[in-house]
Design a protein around this ligand. Structure first.
Ligand SMILES: Cc1cc2nc3c(=O)[nH]c(=O)nc-3n(C[C@H](O)[C@H](O)[C@H](O)COP(=O)(O)OP(=O)(O)OC[C@H]3O[C@@H](n4cnc5c(N)ncnc54)[C@H](O)[C@@H]3O)c2cc1C
Length: 505
C-alpha cells in the first residue's frame, strides 16, 4: 500500500472471488484499485503443499475458525466452520476440488444474465487460468472408486450431471496449489493494483446514498471515489454490512447498532451442503499412521518438494461420486467425497492404522438459516434440516453410499467399515446417526442473494440495492448453492463482477 488515502475502487477481501474482481478491474484499466485482506500472505509451504490444509485448518492466523450456533435439528450441536484468512481466501485452505456445478443450477437461479448459457463462457475463461485437471497421482484405492458404477468411464472424472464415480479434477499445477491469488491477483499486482494484508475492515460509511469510506478495525480508513466491492465471503461481506448499520432494523437495534438502511434479507438465506460420513479401516488399504507406511511418510516432504508427488501432494479429498439417494435414474442429489486416509471418528486428531473415508452430502439443500450480529460478533445459524425433506434425502443417500461402497471393487485394498458399523443399520438409526454426526461441506452461500425482486439485497448486476457505488462479489450472492463444490462458481462470480463493475461504475 502506497499509503494513499483515496482510490477509485476498494475491494474488500482477497479470496477466490475478490482476486478475480481485482484482476478484472486491472485488466480493464478501470482506475486505481486497492485490495484489502484481513489475513496474511499465502506465502507458506503449507499453502502450496496440498496436504498442508490438514495443518492450515484450525490454524490461528490463516483460519477464521468460526463456530455455528447450536443447531436445533442436530441435538444442539455446534459445528466448526473453517474459512481461509489470507491471500486466496478459502481457496488457499481448500481441497482444490474443481466443479462448475450442474448446468441447470444456474438456470434454476432464475436471475436474468445468470443462466448456464451466460455463465459457461466465464467458466471457460476462469479455467484457462486455473487449468483444472484430473489429480495426477491419486492413491490406487481412489482409482478403484471408478468401479462403483458399471457404466462408468474410469478415465472420465465424475460429474454432477450424471451418476458417476472416480478421481476428481483439481486446480493444482505440478502437485502444487494454484489458487485465485496465483491465477488472478499476482498478475493484477503486476498491472499496478495495490494489495494490503493484515488489515481487517470493520465497516463502511456512506456519504448520502453513496458508499464512500472503508473503516479498519485498527481505526484507520480509506476512501473509494468510484466504488467499494464486498468480496469477504458469505460471512465477512454480510458482517461488514451489518456492522455498517445495513440489515434488518430489528436485529440491528437488538445488537445495539444504529440503523442506516433497513434491509430484511441481509444475512438471510444462509445455507450449505450438509453431509455425514463412513469410516473404513484395513491394513492393506489407504494412507494412515501405520508402521508399514513409515518410509513413505519420511520421504513425503522431499518427494513433494522435488517431484510434486507422494502423500504430501494429496489434497486429502481425492475423488468421490454423484448418485441419487433413492437409486432412481434422475439427476444426482447426493455428492460423495472420498478421502484415502484413515480419519479418527472420536475427535482424535491422529489415529493409528490405514483406511479410507467417504461422505454423503446433499446437493440441493432446501433448509435455510440466517447470519446475525450477536453480542460477541456474528452468529451463524445454518438452520440445518429445518426443511425435514433434507434429512429424509440425506438419510437415504447415506444408506445408498454404504451399499455402493460395499459393491465397489477395491480388490485387496478393501477395508471394513469401522464406524458407525453395526450400530447403525435401520433407516431410523441412520437418521439419528446423521443428527449426531453431520457437518457441512464448508460451502456457505446465499446471505446476500441476488435477484430481480426488491427483497433481494443484490441486483443481477451485483450492485447492492439502495446504495450507490457498492457491489457484492463472492459466494454470498448465490440464490441457491450449486450442486457440487463452490470454489469455481465463486471465481466465476468474481470474474464476471470485474467486468460488470468496470462497465457500470
Ligand atoms: C476447508 C475448506 C475446504 C474447501 N474445499 C473446497 C474444495 O475442495 N473445492 C471447492 O470448490 N470449494 C471448497 N471449499 C469452498 C470454497 O473454497 C469457497 O466456496 C470459496 O473459496 C468462497 O470464495 P469467496 O470469495 O466467497 O470467499 P473466500 O475465498 O473465503 O474469501 C473471503 C476473503 O475475505 C477476507 N475477509 C473476510 N472478512 C474480512 C474483513 N472484514 N476485512 C478484510 N478481509 C476480510 C478473508 O480473509 C478471505 O481472504 C472449501 C472451503 C474450506 C474452508
Amino acid at each position: 500500500m502506497t499509503g494513499a488515502s483515496r482510490y477509485d475502487f476498494v475491494v474488500i477481501g482477497a479470496g477466490s472471488a475478490g482476486c478475480a474482481v481485482a484482476a478484472g478491474l486491472a485488466e480493464r484499466e478501470a482506475g486505481s484499485v486497492l485490495v484489502i485482506e484481513a489475513g496474511p500472505s499465502d506465502r507458506t509451504p503449507l499453502v502450496k503443499m496440498p496436504f498442508g490444509l490438514v495443518w492450515l485448518m484450525g490454524s490461528k492466523h490463516r483460519d477464521w475458525r468460526f463456530t455455528s450456533t447450536p443447531q436445533a435439528n442436530l441435538n444442539g450441536r455446534q459445528l466448526n466452520i473453517p474459512r481461509g484468512r489470507m491471500l486466496g481466501g478459502s481457496g488457499s485452505i481448500n481441497s482444490m476440488v474443481w466443479f462448475r456445478g450442474r448446468a441447470d443450477d444456474f438456470d434454476h437461479w432464475s436471475v436474468p444474465g445468470w443462466d448456464w448459457a451466460d455463465v459457461e463462457p466465464a467458466f471457460e475463461e476462469v479455467e484457462a487460468r486455473l487449468t483444472p485437471d484430473r489429480l495426477a497421482t491419486p492413491h490406487p484405492v481412489t482409482e478403484a472408486l471408478s468401479t462403483m458404477f458399471r457404466a462408468n468411464d474410469p478415465l472420465q472424472s465424475p460429474s454432477p450431471e450424471r451418476e458417476s464415480a472416480g478421481v476428481f479434477r483439481y486446480n493444482m499445477r505440478g502437485g502444487r496449489r494454484w489458487s485465485a491469488a496465483d491465477a488472478f491477483l499476482r498478475p493484477a499486482m503486476a498491472r499496478g493494483i495495490e494489495v494490503v494484508t493484515g488489515r481487517q475492515v470493520a465497516r463502511i460509511a456512506l456519504a448520502g446514498d453513496r458508499a464512500r469510506t472503508v473503516h479498519f478495525t485498527d481505526g484507520g480508513s480509506v476512501e473509494a471515489t468510484r466504488g467499494i466491492v464486498l468480496s469477504s465471503g458469505s460471512f465477512g461481506s454480510t458482517e461488514i454490512l451489518l456492522n455498517s448499520g445495513i440489515g434488518p432494523a430489528g436485529d440491528l437495534r437488538a445488537a445495539g447498532r444504529d440503523v442506516v438502511l433497513d434491509r430484511e434479507e441481509v444475512g438471510a438465506n444462509l445455507h450449505d451442503h450438509p453431509g455425514a460420513g463412513i469410516h473404513y479401516q484395513g491394513s492393506g488399504s489407504g494412507y494412515g499412521l501405520d508402521l508399514s507406511l513409515a518410509h513413505r511418510w519420511a520421504a513425503a516432504p522431499l518427494r513433494w518438494l522435488v517431484q510434486g508427488k507422494g502423500i504430501f501432494a494429496s489434497p486429502t479429498v481425492e475423488g468421490g461420486a454423484f448418485f441419487t439417494a433413492d437409486g432412481g435414474d434422475g439427476p444426482p442429489d447426493i455428492q460423495s467425497h472420498f478421502i484415502p486416509f484413515l480419519i479418527g471418528w472420536q475427535g482424535e486428531r491422529y489415529i493409528r492404522g490405514r483406511g479410507y473415508f467417504a461422505d454423503a452430502t446433499l446437493c440441493r439443500p432446501k433448509s435455510r438459516g440466517r447470519l446475525k450480529l450477536g453480542k460477541a460478533g456474528i452468529e451463524i445459524d445454518f438452520g440445518l434440516f429445518n426443511d425435514p425433506s433434507d434429512l429424509d434425502t440425506l438419510t437415504k443417500g447415506w444408506l445408498r453410499l454404504r451399499a455402493l461402497m460395499e459393491a465397489t471393487d477395491f480388490g485387496p485394498m478393501k477395508a471394513r467399515e469401522a464406524f458407525p458399523s453395526a450400530a447403525v443399520t435401520t433407516e431410523d438409526e441412520a437418521r439419528s446417526y446423521i443428527r449426531d454426526r453431520c457437518g457441512t461441506a464448508y460451502h456457505p452461500v446465499g446471505t446476500l442473494r441476488m435477484g430481480t425482486d426488491g427483497g433481494a439485497p443484490v441486483t443481477p448486476r451485483l450492485k447492492f440495492r439502495g446504495v450507490e457505488g457498492l457491489w457484492v462479489a463472492d459466494a454470498s450472492i448465490m440464490p441457491a448453492v450449486t450442486s457440487a463444490n463452490t470454489n469455481a462458481p465463486s471465481m466465476m462470480i468474481g470474474h464476471r463482477a470485474g467486468r460488470m463493475i468496470a462497465a457500470d461504475a
